[in-house]
Write a protein that binds this ligand. Sequence first.
Ligand code: PMP
Ligand code: GLU
Length: 400
Amino acid sequence: MTFIADRLKRIKPSMTVGINIKANALRAEGKDVLVLAAGEPDFDTPLNIRKAASEAIDSGQTRYVPGKGTPALQKAIQSKFLNDNNLQYDLDEIIVGVGGKHIIYNAMMATINPNDEVIIPAPFWVSYPDIVLLAEGKPVIVQCPENQNFKITADQLEKNITDKTKWLMLNSPSNPTGSLYSKHELKQLAEVLLEYPNVLVMSDDIYEKVIYDNLEFATIASVEPKLKDRCLTLNGVSKAYCMTGWRLGYCGASKEIIAAMNKIQSQSTTSTSSISMAAAVEALNGPQEFITNHNKAFVRRRDLVVNLLNNIDGLSCLTPQGAFYVYPSCEGVLGKETPEGKEISNDEDFMTYLLESEGIAGVHGAAFGLSPYFRLSYATSDEILKDACARIKRACEKLK
Ligand code: PMP
Ligand code: GLU
């Protein structure tokens, strides 16, 4: 006998959240664990943003606010879309939620009928399939191997569209691979989508600002304006502004979808916190220079980790173009045995071995739908990254 609803049987808890909490708990118990599982910048929220939040508290911005966002935040988001992405959204085409994750959740709940299909290129961010399942949809996972830089091709997209397809999920730069879709690649996907007017596109742009090597970010609604009404352009303050705990994400989409999402929000969370909204206004309207400084640190750490990992026998790692993760292959260690005589048969075994033998916490590739890989976050100090790679090397050398 259980009190728990059947719908919960369809989903599993978030692996990225779970492993991160577990690894931090081990550290708190005094275990020597290096946590490379976190999906968040290690920098503090910039001072001007924190000050804006304190001022909001002191000036009494502590009451209910509109679920879609305060007028000041709605305007800041509208300008952001226009200035950064050349996207003109009316105010009733914008909504704020309790993080980007909540925006995706509300969008799926608002649009998916039972058995509607959602095309999810793998590797994917862990929450996509489970949110779709919660909404009674059917995730259609499309394997996007390393030799196509982990990105879906126009051909793969077309082959997977059926008369039940409701959404395509796009995420660039990607979590977990850091791959970036070029304008040209998005244009090719858009050409397919123009043929299928019933398909919506979720463009998860949450890592938009975390991009390297002078590459240019592009988002599909702007690359193909004829698709704009069918795109949901998702963004948030978690990654670019180091505000993961403030819980604020937003999107632009058609008036119809925004109104439906707002209806759900009005009967669930009402809104995110008024204080976070005031902080997000400052994040979007205030100085942006610190982003360049953060990216300088990230790119240095990326190069450090990619080089060190590629020097380890059994591992190989592509150079990501954005976000703060590497997604190395561990194919070369499969079939080997640990000193305790356990066989490494998959990426989960490998991550368990790294945690138990050397205290390295990362996330196995199976959680992101493409094996045999693992994700490490390099949003941590150079010292920790050097120590982590030395430990991984030692662990790999002990395998027989
Ligand atoms: N999309 C992707 C790809 C992410 O990695 C994250 C961070 N976990 C989110 C969305 C949601 O972030 P948040 O809910 O903190 O805005
Ligand atoms: N996006 C981060 C990650 O992938 C944060 C944890 C989560 O919400 O999944 O690790």
